[in-house]
Design a protein around this ligand. Structure first.
Ligand SMILES: Cc1cc2nc3c(=O)[nH]c(=O)nc-3n(C[C@H](O)[C@H](O)[C@H](O)COP(=O)(O)O)c2cc1C
Length: 80
């Protein structure tokens, strides 16, 4: 069973969890990167995140070289 982990991490917590999963599970790891990174100012990011949700805006991300069909399981990990 081939597995992929696709993740985004703003400040590193999700990345830490991904690294922990990687210790238990054999998987290829792909990072989601916004084309325009979020501000390093936490309060600004929280406000902007809310604005993006309210306006149904999807931030553009860098292309990821992944063939989804080649995986049986895809683990998606993101901040909440
Ligand atoms: C777009 C965006 C919106 C966010 N909105 C909130 C929020 O509304 N409330 C909050 O407590 N944290 C918010 N955060 C911060 C995340 O909860 C924080 O990044 C957390 O550490 C998640 O894991 P990470 O370290 O992998 O990014 C937001 C982060 C991003 C990138």
């Amino acid at each position: 069973m081939k597995k992929a982990i696709v993740y985004y991490s703003y400040s590193g917590n999700t990345k830490t969890i991904v690294d922990m999963i990687k210790e238990k599970v054999s998987a290829d790891v792909y990072e989601i990167k916004p084309k325009t990174p979020y501000s390093t100012d936490y309060d600004e990011v929280v406000d902007l995140g809310q604005d993006e949700v309210n306006s149904n805006t999807l931030r553009e991300i860098e292309d990821i070289d992944i063939n989804l069909d080649s995986y049986d399981t895809i683990i998606l990990a993101t901040p909440v």
